[in-house]
Ligand binder design. Sequence first.
Ligand SMILES: Cc1cc2nc3c(=O)[nH]c(=O)nc-3n(C[C@H](O)[C@H](O)[C@H](O)COP(=O)(O)OP(=O)(O)OC[C@H]3O[C@@H](n4cnc5c(N)ncnc54)[C@H](O)[C@@H]3O)c2cc1C
Length: 401
Amino acid sequence: MSDATPIAIIGAGPAGLIAADVLSAAGRRVVVCERMPSVARKFLMAGRGGLNLTHSEPFEHFLTRYGETAPRLKPILEAFTQDDLIAWANALGAQTFIGSSGRVFPKAMKASPLLRAWLQRLNKQGVEIVTRAAWTGWTEDGALQFANRTPIYASQTLLALGGASWPRLGSDGSWRDILVARGVGVAPFRPSNVGFNVAWSEYIRRFAGEPLKSIAIQHGERVVRGEAMITEYGIEGGAIYALSAELREQAPVTIHVDLRPALSVTEIAAKLECTRASDSLSTRLRKALGLTPLALALVYEGGPPPREPAALAARVKAIPVRLEGPRGLDRAISSAGGIEWKSLTENLELEAIPGTFAAGEMLDWEAPTGGYLLQASFATGVYAARAMLGRAPALAASPLH
Ligand SMILES: Cc1cc2nc3c(=O)[nH]c(=O)nc-3n(C[C@H](O)[C@H](O)[C@H](O)COP(=O)(O)OP(=O)(O)OC[C@H]3O[C@@H](n4cnc5c(N)ncnc54)[C@H](O)[C@@H]3O)c2cc1C
């Protein structure tokens, strides 16, 4: 292989593109191969929701969001922190702000300006991006093989092929069989950050598309405050997503929605007692608690509500909703499962295929929405790229160079 043999990056999502940034900034020749006609489609889709880049909470707390994979991700997230990601976005002209929930967004609230500036920089750094190049494995002599173009010889390869959610954006997990055939352990994909089916009454279905704001959802010992959205099929939104990993495994399962988490049962009962007993129950609930028509409908969903204030208050704070099961991978924000950690070295190199690294959502970790998905995708991309440069990934001085 000549000196000019490039490093190949397969998959032009956040993980692959940031690795291309690190490697090309260090003077390496990089070619990025992407199966879709354009790059970073899921990143652009994330931009439709404002592009929640990361979260501003303290690192120790931030790390816990990755559940049992936190120990493996710790050195990786320490080597490219929340602040590093913000500095990287700032350097590309995307000023960020911290929203009320602590989430970090670009001020533009979309991905396209950031992506444009990023692609310009990659172009200046000499990165070649080949679209409509669907990777299918390796030739007998070790070249990277594509469905619709000639093979590429690479000095090293980074696979950044994404998970298996929202496949029409390009990441469909079809790489699984290719890697399993080469002896790489891949945990089955499961939908993560996903809505759940609920057998709503016709009446509740009329509210499809309406949010339930400032609620809490309780499941067992866990209580998550946030928002949810009633849909034709059931329920989705941040508060549900935060619990989706455990709910997915236990469905069908009943959760409880607290419509007024800031008030205790006693406080709600006291407010109800101050309303006119001759008014209808709906009027009393609306006047005492300011419940929206959707929230009122939920109070009635499980049958006639009790009239006695304390019992009614208890209903408002714990409306049972039976989740039949999670929606499929095709509409999940992310996927659980992927390349098992035991198949990777500490440097994110595949044990079974030396010289081939992996990063991003294709690794076996999961996290709730809130910026955790992009942060880990970026951080693993940076980490793998630094390892490919032969540097100690955790010791590099600045975020990218
Ligand atoms: C609707 C939606 C909203 C989201 N919002 C947020 C958010 O606000 N904040 C957040 O943190 N996360 C969000 N996410 C999740 C986040 O976008 C992903 O976790 C992240 O994009 C994963 O990055 P990645 O580079 O690993 O994979 P991807 O972004 O999936 O990129 C992988 C790339 O590889 C390409 N590819 C796949 N197979 C092949 C092949 N065989 N050959 C060539 N190319 C291939 C794909 O086409 C794709 O371009 C959202 C996701 C969705 C669906």
